[in-house]
Every structure is written in structure tokens, then in C-alpha cells.
Design a protein around this ligand. Sequence first.
Ligand code: SAM
Length: 335
Amino acid sequence: MIKKKNILTDSFKRKHSYLRISLTERCNLRCTYCMPEEGVLLSHKSHIMNFDEIYTIAKTFVDNGVTKIRLTGGEPLIRKDLPLLLKKLATLPVDIGITTNGVIVDRFIDTFKECGIRNINVSLDSLKKEKFTQITRRNYFDRVYKNILLLAKNGFNVKINAVLIRGFNDDEIVDFVNLSKDLPVSVRFIEFMPFDGNKWDMKKMVSYAEIIQYLNSHFSEEQIKRLQDSPNDTSKNYKIKGYKGSFAIISSVTNPFCDSCNRLRLTANGHLKNCLFSATESDILTSLRNGKPIEPIIQKAVFGKFKIRGGMDTLEKLQEPKLHTQNRNMTTIGG
Ligand code: SAM
């Protein structure tokens, strides 16, 4: 029998101190690699966690050892009660970050500051306006780019997430790295991952090794500096000497970081996912609504976590469509 105080430790002795909470399944963009063309089936509003439920669940995790919460979605900034929610969550002893597509960031600069939120990740998959429109199916490039500059100007720690897709934006790798020349941001290249309905194909994925090889052919060995990664970091961090910012690669597919994984995910409808790739989830919200204790459910879900990528421990398994279509799409998981 595991002691109650260890409910966030799994059977491989990994301690989970990082919770990603999806605040909504809705999004104001329609990124092709994230959402299927026909859209996604959204949960009924009554099944989405309300303000008090998010706070209660977050507090339970913090009481049990979570020190870092990242709010995501869907697009977290489109949630109507966001400012109030941020203020409430900011009363917990936890470091809060946000992952956003940046479209309406300018409306929240003061709220972020008031709540002590410093870490903002903005997704941007192309530096070319037409390509941005093509991939997001929306014409918001200028707003997003302006908002990235605004965040940097206001001293936030900004990370830019770019999912590389072969033949689409892999010609922009150097342009993205050069964005860190004058801007103190970290540009992070994310390997394209398989999810339900995103038409994933291993051939479309640009791997960590390829990105490094490409950069090695553009910059000299002396120019590229490998940085020390933080503990539990999902990214391998680098810098071009003399640049204000840095860049990183998140190799979830070719080089997963499962051994040091400390993450759990809570979907907007209150289900706990113990891994981004897991095909199963545990419904916390229904128990909470029925007045039942949620800690035993959390404990069981954490203890059942697979060693590697939700059980897809080989690249062959990851390429098996049957396995990853049992998972949700990214917009309803909360990336
Ligand atoms: N709307 C917010 C945003 O755009 O950042 C938060 C949600 S979004 C699902 C979170 C992150 O997941 C984004 O950086 C996005 O690029 C990434 N993502 C979505 N689908 C992905 C995929 N198939 N492979 C890799 N990353 C993906």
C-alpha cells in the first residue's frame, strides 16, 4: 500500500510535480496538424470544469507536491473567466505558466503581471504570413508576432513553439534560430507527434538529429553552444554565441524524455492523463461532483503510468495508427 503523501509517485519512482491544465477545448485557430479538418467533437459545456472545480483540483495537486502548473487548451486565453481564475490560482504556492497561440495576449499583460506569471509559451509555426494563414486557417500572423514582441518588451520569459513539418516549414529553421539574435526568447522546435485525426506520418516529422545536422551545416561548430538543460527539461537547449536568446529541440518522438518525466495532464473536462500519449484517462471531475474523494483516483492513475510514451515504447508502435487513434487530438488533451 502506497502512503497517501506519495500519491504523485509512480511505479518507476518518478515524482510528478508538474501539472498541465487545459482550460478549454475551444480554440480561435484551426492548426492543421492539431485539429482534423472537420473540427473536433467538443464536450458539452456542463462537462467542462468550472472555476471552483479547477481551483479545487489544482489545490489537491499542489497539496500533494505539484510545484508547477501550466495552463493550456484549446486556447486558454479565450476562457471568459480567465482573469479571475488566474488571480485565484495565483493564491496557491505554485509557479504558473501559460501556453497560448498569442492571438489575444495583449489583453492580458497586466493580469499576468498582477498574478506574478512570468513564463509564457507562444506557438508560432511560420515566420511567413501566408504560411501561417495556411497552417492555422486564420489570418492572425501580425497580431501574434506583435504580441511576441510585446511580451519580450515587458520582460516575460518567452518561449516560441514551432512544430516542424517536412516540406512545409523546415526551410525556416535558420530564420527561427535567427529570431533569437536580437530577441531574448527561446525558440523551440517540436517534433511532429501523432494524435487522433492529425494525419501524422513519420515522413512528415523532422527529427532532432536532422535539425542539428541542418544547423551544423549553417553555423560553425564554435558558434553553436550546447546549454545545460534544467532537471526534467523536455528540451535540449542550445544557443548561437552572441545571440540574446536561445533555441531548443523537443524530441518527443525520436528521443523521448520519459525517464525524467514529472508531468501530468488534466483535460478541460476533468480527466487525468498520466502521459501525453496514453490512450486511457481517469475521470476526476465526476467523482468531485459526486462528493467523492479524488486523491485515490489520482493515485491509481499515476501509479499506472507506463515507463515510456503511454506504452508505445518503440517507434514501430508509435507508427501504428490503431494505437494513436485511441488517444484524443491535441486540442482536447491540452498540449
Ligand atoms: N492554443 C495554445 C497554443 O497554440 O499554444 C495551447 C494549446 S496547443 C494544443 C499546445 C501546443 O501543442 C502547441 O505548441 C502546438 O504546436 C502543439 N501541438 C499540437 N499538435 C501537435 C502535434 N501533432 N505535434 C507536436 N506538437 C503539437
